[in-house]
Ligand binder design. Structure first.
Ligand code: ZN
Length: 156
């Protein structure tokens, strides 16, 4: 298990040190800003929609390693995806962060078997630190806000 935790730590650090899709997009791309005052995290999300597909995404902001690496992973995970796929990913990711690991026998079951989280699973360790869950979900909530704006103020 510690081998897996090391791998997860490596993935999170890699995204923190070399954030993906860093930068800005010009209008008509939309911009949304998310703040997590508990930790001082700021995430800015730029989204360019092509119909119901995220054609491009850029991330700005600053904050702790969890918030910034989560934003980087989120951007890599949703780029080129449809809004329906992103909706599934968002639910699966949030479900991952609400799994309670109190059982000692066997693996936890995961109720979104059709959604592959890939690297996003590296953030599951955050579950053990409830105050950091907001750091991990900040970029996803900001993405939802940006998509809502892109759709003309109506949430999907
Ligand atoms: Zn944070």
């Amino acid at each position: 298990m510690s081998g897996l935790e090391d791998l997860y730590r490596e993935i999170v650090l890699d995204h923190y040190k070399s954030p993906r899709n860093r930068g800005e997009l010009e209008p008509p791309a939309v911009r949304a800003e998310g703040l997590n005052p508990l930790c001082g995290d700021e995430v800015v999300v730029f989204v360019d929609l092509d119909g119901d597909t995220v054609r491009d995404i850029r991330i700005g902001g600053q904050g702790c390693s969890i918030s910034q690496s989560s934003a980087s992973m989120m951007s890599a995970a949703v780029k080129g995806k449809t809004l329906a796929e992103i909706d599934e990913l968002t639910h699966a990711f949030k479900a991952l962060l609400t799994i309670h690991e109190h059982t000692h026998d066997g693996e936890e079951t995961f109720d979104h078997p059709t959604v592959k989280l890939g690297e996003l699973e590296a953030l599951r360790g955050v579950v053990k630190f409830p105050t950091r869950i907001k750091c991990a979900t900040l970029s996803w909530n900001t993405l939802a806000e940006a998509i809502g704006q892109a759709l003309g103020g109506t949430a999907p």
